[in-house]
Design a protein around this ligand. Structure first.
Ligand SMILES: O=C(O)CCC(=O)C(=O)O
Ligand SMILES: [Fe+2]
Length: 316
């Protein structure tokens, strides 16, 4: 009887790194990022700048959030499609999620707090803002490394200044069975970079590697996050980066809670591959596009029929 190799995500230690990039570890970590992104567009990052206490407090407020009555959660609406409350979908009955645009800005989270708890719940806003801000440093370190890997760091300021953050919380109800049930379908994200955090120790996230094998994410440290490349960064890099296909499969009797920080281009900013990344060997893959306009297309019936919605929308 052959032993099955247990597939793991590459683990990369970002502890003690910061955006200043003066740490001698920077180059070594960058080459690990390069290799991991080539393997599966994704890796596990260890990042202790987000304290464990903050992760624990986040779980407390997120649980309170999902425990609210459905009508209250549905008050969370967003100008951007699908950034508000989602749930009760017949195809993914276990899934519920709630997004907060610009969650790194305290007033933005407070405005949601006032909508959901008119009597006030200040630790909700403080916890979410602090978590988003501290985690956004990891997102920025990764994006800076990627621009260096691609040799286009001259675009760094433009790239960083043209992005916003969405924080989204997910709850997957327990299926009450040991047969795996779908939490969320296999997909790639549409933004730039996604950073995920499992909040209550219940596994379920799976990532597809380049051999088409599903890797179950099992955190190797309490400071663990999953970082993955999404479609807008794939397009901006003119296909040098691939976005990671992932899904959530649930088993057992306990609900799973997770948090995702999504960096994405601001509305009105045209995503366009730098000319340095376009040549005879690498012809332009996508016409310049506005991420928010693409999202509107992505949620149409026509887009759902496409194998790759981005290609159908603006492929050359
Ligand atoms: O909950 C997770 O771990 C994954 C969520 C996800 O893929 C998403 O929100 O796009
Ligand atoms: Fe996703």
């Amino acid at each position: 009887m052959g032993l099955e190799t247990i597939l793991r995500l590459p683990v990369i230690d970002f502890n003690s790194l910061d955006l200043e990039s003066k740490n001698p570890k920077w180059g070594e970590v960058k080459s690990q990022v390069h290799k991991a992104l080539e393997e599966c567009g994704c890796f596990e990052a260890l990042f202790d700048k987000v304290p464990l206490d903050l992760r624990k407090s986040l779980f407390v407020v997120v649980k309170e959030l999902f425990d609210l009555p459905l009508q209250t959660k549905q008050r969370n609406v967003s100008e951007t499609q699908f950034h508000g409350y989602l749930g009760q979908h017949p195809n993914v009955p276990l899934y519920e999620s709630l997004g907060i645009d610009d969650a790194n800005v305290l007033e933005k989270v407070e405005s949601l707090e006032n909508t959901l708890w008119p009597e006030g719940y200040p630790s909700f806003s403080k916890t979410i803002q602090a978590f988003s801000e501290q985690l956004s440093e990891l997102d920025q370190i990764v994006r800076k490394m990627v621009l260096e890997i691609l040799g286009v760091e001259k675009y760094l300021d433009e790239h960083m200044n043209s992005t916003n953050y969405l924080m989204r919380f997910m709850k997957y109800s327990a299926p009450q069975t040991e047969d795996a049930e779908l939490g969320v379908n296999s997909h790639t994200d549409k933004n730039l970079v996604t950073t995920l955090c499992q909040l209550n120790g219940i596994s379920g996230l799976e990532i597809e590697n380049k051999d088409g094998k599903w890797i179950t994410y099992r955190p190797s440290s309490p400071h663990s996050f999953v970082v993955m490349i999404a479609d807008s960064f794939h397009a901006w890099s003119n296909g040098r980066l691939s976005s990671a296909f992932h899904r959530v499969m649930m088993t057992g009797n306990e609900a799973r809670y997770s948090a995702g920080l999504f960096s994405f281009p601001k509305a009105g900013y045209m995503i366009k591959a730098p000319e340095e990344l376009v040549d005879e060997e690498h012809p332009l893959l996508y016409r310049p596009f506005d991420h928010v306009e693409f999202l509107k297309y992505f949620y149409t019936e026509e887009a759902r029929r496409q194998k790759c919605a981005l290609k159908a929308y603006c492929g050359v």
